[in-house]
Design a protein around this ligand. Structure first.
Ligand code: ADP
Ligand code: MG
Length: 564
């Protein structure tokens, strides 16, 4: 069946969306000749033409976007030949271009076109992070910046890179070591400048396997530490600050929108997996956030198991609440602090509590990579949040699963962390940063080595691939809202071929390097040293105050023979 992409109308049945007809005509795209429906028609042929059509429409879309970009910023045309679109997020589109910048061969350039509604200070701060901290130690630099009206394009050196998911299971253990080492190098660099990246994840850490080149990109969410050396980060408001600000101003400013209200929270730009919404009642863990009555941590009279009561049929459910422990600032509440209620430490949220102002704290980023202090809205966040995210990447590399956590909201994400790091441990750590978590069920911390080996399909007793997990299945999250909260019960993927050790020639690779991205690589995996799990444990330290820093991580015994 020939389906029209993207609207799905069916030209064979004579149904073609009017817009598609217009598109087809204006773009000169040749749709397949309508033909009588034939049940004998080779299915693969039909699928092939469907794919071709999709590709045609995609190409046409990209072509249009490139034309629009030339129109919006005409000076680009004097310098660059824009070839392709290589990335598209909520806040930018990234293009591959070539340019004859100096004598010699053409250079490849990445052009990042920021959405015109971005806050000017935000744009300038992103650019300053790249210009001041970038260009060395695996931090992406910048070549030029173009602006026409509200359109801004940042021109950076292009780094051809791999898709993390494609190569995850074909990486040798040594490559994983190098990857992490280079990530810490980049993090050390930006942290020295007082930059908190806030969105550390594989798609923001470019990796060229063949050239062994790495680059941390995307400072679109970065914030400054209190002593940041990036001047403009001092003026970048977090979502929380903006919210606080607008809450404070709301009773003063009437009818006027604040013009520089900042970008849409980037958390909308989640990894695609987080968009898959699974209804909360079916999650295996539930948490509610509620502020403490009067801001005081009260003696808990009871802990209510919300889920096991409400969803008696759902086993292994965890429910929890996160509350602020300690005295809350009066201003954080929109209803008088003197108003008391009876719902504290119960599974209900009364109307008095509902009218209290929610606690706001920075929480931009991608849920599966957010540190516990971000998930629990701790207002004092530091560079340690990037180290947690690096830990989640390391967890993916060691377990062969990406994304590791798949949660559609922060509370589920927190419950998922508990299933790996333990509920008691999480509750205890949260206390150190002023949060009280109520959890209906106790879940133990998992042994990281056992967990990773099981997920990777390596049995520690028999150091070879024993299970049926292999590369292409690595896209299945290790912990999702559908899976049992115990990683030991993870669904395993259907049997696949194990084609032996190390690299094989393959025809698809983005860096022109000949290896089979889908071939599970056992090189070094049968003797993962304890140091690896020790480092992982220190990265996934639930307490940000004791979590390992990038500088310390580089000196960790795991990297003993590697030099900066
Ligand atoms: P966004 O804010 O939209 O996430 P990013 O800066 O993360 O924008 O870029 C999006 C994608 O574009 C990246 O994941 C990467 O694939 C590609 N990209 C960005 N910068 C470069 C670059 N300098 N070289 C090659 N590819 C890049
Ligand atoms: Mg990005």
């Amino acid at each position: 069946m020939l389906l029209c992409f993207p609207c799905g109308c069916n030209p064979l049945a004579g149904i073609l969306h009017p817009n598609c007809l217009v598109m087809e005509a204006s773009l000169g795209i040749q749709m397949d000749e309508p033909m009588a429906f034939s049940p004998q028609r080779d299915r693969s042929q039909a699928e092939g033409s469907l794919k071709k059509n999709e590709q045609n429409f995609k190409l046409a879309g990209v072509k249009k976007d490139i034309e629009k970009l030339y129109e919006a910023v005409p000076q680009l045309g004097n310098v660059f030949k824009i070839k392709d679109k290589i990335g598209e997020g909520t806040f930018s589109s990234v293009y591959l271009a070539t340019a004859q910048l100096q004598v010699g061969p053409e250079e490849k350039i990445a052009l990042k076109h920021l959405i015109p509604t971005s806050h000017p200070v935000r744009i300038a701060a992103e650019l300053q992070c790249l210009t001041v901290a970038g260009g060395q130690d695996n931090v992406m630099g910048v070549k030029y910046c173009f602006r026409k009206n509200d359109h801004v394009v940042i021109a950076m050196p292009y780094l051809e890179h791999e898709s993390f998911l494609d190569i995850l299971n074909s990486l040798s253990f040594q490559e994983v070591r190098e990857y992490m080492f280079n990530l810490f190098k980049a993090l050390k660099r930006i942290h020295q400048f007082g930059i908190v990246h806030r969105d550390v994840k594989p798609s923001n850490f470019l990796y060229n396997r063949r050239l062994k080149k790495y680059a941390l990109v995307d400072f679109g969410l970065a914030q400054g530490t209190h002593d940041t050396k990036i001047e403009l980060l001092k003026f970048v408001q977090s979502e929380a600050q903006q919210e606080r600000c607008s809450q404070n101003k709301s009773h003063i400013i009437t009818g006027n929108k604040i013009p520089l209200s900042g970008p849409v929270p980037k958390e909308l730009d989640q990894q695609s997996t987080t968009k898959a919404s699974v209804k909360r009642p079916y999650t295996n863990a539930q948490i509610q956030i509620k502020q403490g009555k009067d801001g005081k941590l009260m003696k808990q009279s009871k802990t209510v198991d919300v889920l096991s009561r409400k969803l008696a049929t759902k086993k292994k459910a965890i429910s929890a609440k996160v509350m602020n422990s300690g005295v809350m600032r009066k201003t954080a509440s929109s209803c008088p602090a003197s108003l008391t209620c009876d719902c504290y430490a119960t599974d209900k949220v009364c109307s008095i509590c509902l009218s209290r102002r929610q606690q706001v704290a920075p929480r931009a980023g991608t849920p599966g990579f957010r540190a516990p202090e971000v998930l629990t809205k701790c207002p004092n966040q530091t560079t340690a949040i990037d180290m947690w995210s690096a830990g989640v990447i390391f967890l993916s590399l060691l377990s062969g699963r990406y994304p590791f956590y798949k949660a559609s909201d922060d509370l589920t994400a927190l419950a998922q962390i508990m299933t790996i790091r333990g509920s008691r441990e999480t509750i205890q750590a949260a206390k150190t940063f002023g949060k009280s978590i109520l959890c209906s069920k106790e879940v133990p911390a998992q042994d990281l080595r056992k967990l990773c080996e099981r997920l990777r399909g390596m049995d520690s007793n028999t150091p070879k691939l024993t299970s049926d997990i292999q590369g292409p299945a690595s896209h299945q999250p290790a912990v999702s809202e559908k899976t049992d909260h115990k990683a030991s019960r993870l669904t395993q993927t259907p049997p696949g071929q194990y084609s032996g050790n190390s690299f094989k020639k393959g025809d698809s690779n983005s860096c022109g390097y000949c290896f089979d991205e889908y071939t599970t690589n056992l090189e070094g995996w049968n003797e993962v040293p304890d140091e690896a799990y020790d480092l992982l444990d220190k990265l996934l330290d639930l307490n940000p105050a004791s979590r390992i820093t990038a500088e310390e991580a580089l000196l960790h015994p795991f990297f003993k023979d590697m030099s900066l």
